[in-house]
Design a protein around this ligand. Structure first.
Ligand code: G1P
Length: 290
């Protein structure tokens, strides 16, 4: 029912300079996969097949990554290196990528509005690739999609954060209507220390209904002089309904060096090594069968 996922990916990634001087931050590898591919995997797992990428100057490698590289394919054809491309080939064959360039950096709300032409008039997901989310069963987007099926309104993913970190996030307050589900009555983008309405911070996963686009258009620049999705969502909450969902799983802030290192260690131990073991077992059983 939700087919499209929007990835705002025009930002500079200044916290990772000089690495991000000519390489998009979304292409930073976490073990052997670029950050954005984790987000795409999560969207596919949630049933989506249209990836709408809002890109900017110097971001060509994102497009190249989700495209066939004939020269490379030719070079490694018939070798065991081909195995390393199985997952990305599968993504390319089953998923549709569209791109639009954001010419000016005017905030997350503006980036989402830039994607309007790609999304059209239907509910859609938003993934901020910086926030890498993992869960052993359903991913965060899949959890949010099943919630959307019940409530049919915009949903933000939230997580409890220590009080001294609320100023880094959009923070919500609301009434708990069910386990882990809140009906939002207030939300503030990066509140000044001591003024946060709760410790429930928005993380980079959203399901948005398409009326959000008109609301963003009517939104004045807010925190940092930027057009904030948080401000547009507050209007939506006040005139209709927005839910906040305390998701199941782990989230790593790969926009910070510490979070990126934690994500790398976690993914190495829990995803990469497990996968290597599985491949070894598969090979072992195929050799036995031969
Ligand atoms: C953005 C949003 C903020 C949210 C955060 C999650 O901020 O504006 O509301 O809490 O993503 O990562 P940014 O981190 O891009 O400044």
């Amino acid at each position: 029912m939700i087919r499209k996922c929007l990835f705002p990916a025009a930002g500079y990634g200044t916290r990772f300079l000089p690495a991000t001087k000519s390489m998009p931050k979304e292409m930073m590898p976490v073990v052997n996969k670029p950050l954005i591919e984790y987000g795409v995997d999560e969207a596919i797992q949630a049933g989506m097949d249209g990836m709408c990428i809002v890109t900017g100057r110097g971001k060509h490698s994102i497009m190249d990554h989700f495209d066939t590289n004939y020269e490379l394919e030719h070079q490694i054809k018939g070798t065991n290196k081909e195995d390393l491309l199985i997952d990305i080939r599968q993504i390319i064959e089953t998923t549709h990528f569209t791109y639009i360039r954001q010419r000016e950096m005017k905030g997350l709300g503006h980036a989402i509005l830039t994607g309007r032409e790609l999304v059209g008039d239907e509910p859609f997901a938003v993934v901020l690739a910086d926030d890498l989310c993992v869960n052993e069963t359903d991913g965060v987007l899949a959890q949010m999609v099943s919630l959307f099926k019940q409530f049919r309104c915009s949903i933000v993913a939230v997580q409890e954060v220590p009080e001294n970190e609320t100023h880094k996030y959009g923070v919500i307050s609301g009434e708990m209507i069910k386990d882990d589900i809140f009906r939002v009555d207030d939300m503030i983008e990066k509140p000044e220390p001591g003024t946060a309405p709760s410790n429930l911070a928005i993380i980079g996963r959203y399901i948005l209904t398409p009326d959000i686009f008109d609301l963003i258009e009517q939104t004045e620049p807010g925190k940092g002089g930027e057009i904030q999705i948080t401000d547009a969502l507050l209007k939506q909450a006040q005139s209709g309904c927005v839910l906040a969902y305390k998701f199941k799983g782990k989230r790593f802030d790969c926009g910070s060096v510490e979070g990126y290192i934690e994500a790398t260690n976690y993914c190495y131990e829990h995803l990469y090594k497990q996968n290597q073991k599985k491949v070894a077992l598969d090979q072992h059983s195929t050799t036995k069968e031969d």
